[in-house]
Structure formats: structure tokens, C-alpha cells
Design a protein around this ligand. Structure first.
Ligand SMILES: [Zn+2]
Ligand SMILES: [Zn+2]
Ligand SMILES: [Zn+2]
Length: 296
């Protein structure tokens, strides 16, 4: 999990950089972005700690393995991100509220004008995060880790959220009377973060609620089972996810006069074929039953 250690380090460096630049450069949007990067380190830590547990093999207490721990960690990433989005937007709204109710407050004073330092901090952060996103996505897809993929999309949302921050700083630096652009950008960033948070959180909730695989995946599985020689019909295909791993059980009908030995071989072949060619399949359980011809 070198990629996650890297992410942790980069998040720490970026949040330090943006905090400094946001405070010296008087940009609420950039400082808020920094607070967000700092909260991101908790999700990196969760992955680093969690991976030790969810990669354990199944044991007597957890016969289906421990991959659900990854689901919980990913859910946790989503919740942290939701909190970050809400607090960002909330702070910005209260800044706007304060400056509207007292026009001579600090926001409008010349020394509070965002400077180019904050602008460059946002740009550097954006480029670094997008690079980190692409790298994490590649690793996440290759080892089939939902939490790494979630973290990758999270990095992209971080990269995107630096764009309004950079723009707002540029606008306010060029035209100081438009300082309101800074908190408005911060609100926009908050909303973007909430959008990503929802996209990360929802699949985990739906997995915990035992949602099955997509219709396309189920069709694929049924088709694979039907291609096995000796299979007369199949039904009751049930699917569930444990982390990124798909667990399947199904009823397979064979000739009712078939020897048990042959029927068992067919069930093994069905299992084998679905496991090898199915979409991320981890386990298949086949229930054999006699085929009853509807016309006989
Ligand atoms: Zn983030
Ligand atoms: Zn049946
Ligand atoms: Zn067997």
C-alpha cells in the first residue's frame, strides 16, 4: 500500500502549504482547502490500518472473509468527506453573512485581500492531486480495491475544488472590491465535495443493505452457467457483495436420471466457469435439482 503512504505524505505537505499560503495570502477558500487536506489524512490512515484486517483470510468467526471491513472504511471516508463539505460551506456562508451585516469588517479591509501566494498554492495542490488520483486509480483497479478507488476519486474532487479557490484568489487579487468571490468559491467547493461524498457513500450503504449485482452482471452469470454441458436450466440466481467480491448462489437443473457423480461434476464446472469468467466473482454455490419437463 505504498500508494496510500504516498497519499498521506502528500496530504500533510499540501495542507501545510495551503494553510501557510491561505493565512499569509488571506484566502478563506485556500485555508478551507487546507483544512480539508488535513481531514484527508484520516482517510489515508483508515485505509492503512484497515487493510491489515480486511486482507486476513476467512476464519471460523468470519467464514465469508473480512472484506466488509473495507466497506466500513470506505463508508467512513464518505462520512468524513460529507462533514468536510458541510463545514466548508457553512464557514463560507457565515463569512458572507458577517461581511454583509458589517461592511467595514476584516473581509473588506485592504490587508485582507487575497494574494498570489494563495493562488499558486492552490495551483500546485491541484496538479499534485490530479496526478495522485490517476496513480491511485490505476493501483486500485489492478488490485480491485474499492477503498483505493474511492480514495482516488476523492483526490480528483480535491483537485477540482482547488480550481474555484485559485480563480477566486485571482479575481480578488485583481479586483479587491470583489473579495466576495473567495467565500463564494468556498461554498462551491463545499458543494462539490458533498457530491463526491455521496458517490462514495451510497454504494457502501447499498452493499450493507445486501443489494445484488447489476442486471447486466446477473445476465452474464446466467449465460455462463447455461453454457455448461448437461445444464438443462437454471434459476434463483442470487448475488451479494462482500467488499468488492461477488458471492453467488444458484439452482442448476440436470436430467433427473443422472448419476450424482456426473451431477456433481456439472456443479463443479458451473462454479469453475462463473468464477473464472464472471465479473469479480469470489465464490459460487450450486444447488443441483432434477429437471422437470413442463410438457411431460
Ligand atoms: Zn479531500
Ligand atoms: Zn430450484
Ligand atoms: Zn462438491
Amino acid at each position: 500500500l505504498r500508494v496510500t503512504w504516498m497519499s498521506l505524505l502528500i496530504n500533510l505537505i499540501l495542507s501545510g502549504l495551503k494553510f501557510t499560503a491561505g493565512i499569509i495570502g488571506h484566502s478563506q477558500a485556500v485555508a478551507a482547502d487546507a483544512a480539508h487536506s488535513l481531514s484527508d489524512t484520516t482517510t489515508d490512515l483508515a485505509i492503512l490500518l484497515g487493510a491489515r484486517f480486511w486482507s486476513q483470510p476467512p476464519d471460523s468467526k468470519h467464514p465469508y472473509g473480512h472484506r466488509r471491513i473495507e466497506t466500513l472504511v470506505t463508508l467512513f471516508i464518505g462520512i468524513i468527506l460529507t462533514a468536510a463539505g458541510i463545514s466548508l460551506a457553512w464557514n463560507a456562508i457565515s463569512t458572507i453573512h458577517t461581511s454583509l451585516s458589517s461592511p467595514q469588517s476584516t473581509v473588506h479591509s485592504p490587508e485582507a485581500t487575497p494574494s498570489w501566494l494563495a493562488f499558486w498554492a492552490a495551483i500546485i495542490s491541484m496538479i499534485t492531486k490530479e496526478a495522485l488520483c490517476r496513480y491511485t486509480l490505476r493501483v486500485g483497479k489492478s488490485i480491485k480495491s474499492i477503498s483505493l478507488e474511492a480514495n482516488a476519486y476523492h483526490h480528483r474532487s480535491d483537485a477540482l475544488s482547488s480550481i474555484p479557490a485559485a480563480l477566486a484568489v485571482a479575481i480578488a487579487a485583481i479586483k479587491p472590491e470583489w473579495q466576495m468571490a473567495d467565500p463564494i468559491a468556498a461554498i462551491l467547493i463545499g458543494v462539490m465535495i458533498l457530491h463526491v461524498a455521496f458517490k462514495i457513500t451510497w454504494p457502501q450503504v447499498s452493499e450493507i443493505l445486501e443489494s445484488g449485482a447489476s442486471e447486466q452482471a446477473r445476465d452474464e452469470i446466467s449465460t455462463l452457467a447455461r453454457t455448461v454441458e448437461g445444464v438443462r436450466d437454471i434459476h434463483k440466481v442470487r448475488t451479494r457483495y462482500v467488499g468488492a467480491q461477488l458471492h453467488i448462489d444458484l439452482h442448476v437443473q440436470v436430467d433427473k436420471t443422472m448419476f450424482i457423480e456426473n451431477a456433481h461434476n456439472i456443479s463443479m464446472e458451473v462454479t469453475h466457469r462463473i468464477k473464472n469468467d464472471g465479473p469479480g466473482v469470489h465464490d459460487v454455490i450450486v444447488h443441483i435439482e432434477p429437471f422437470e419437463d413442463a410438457h411431460s
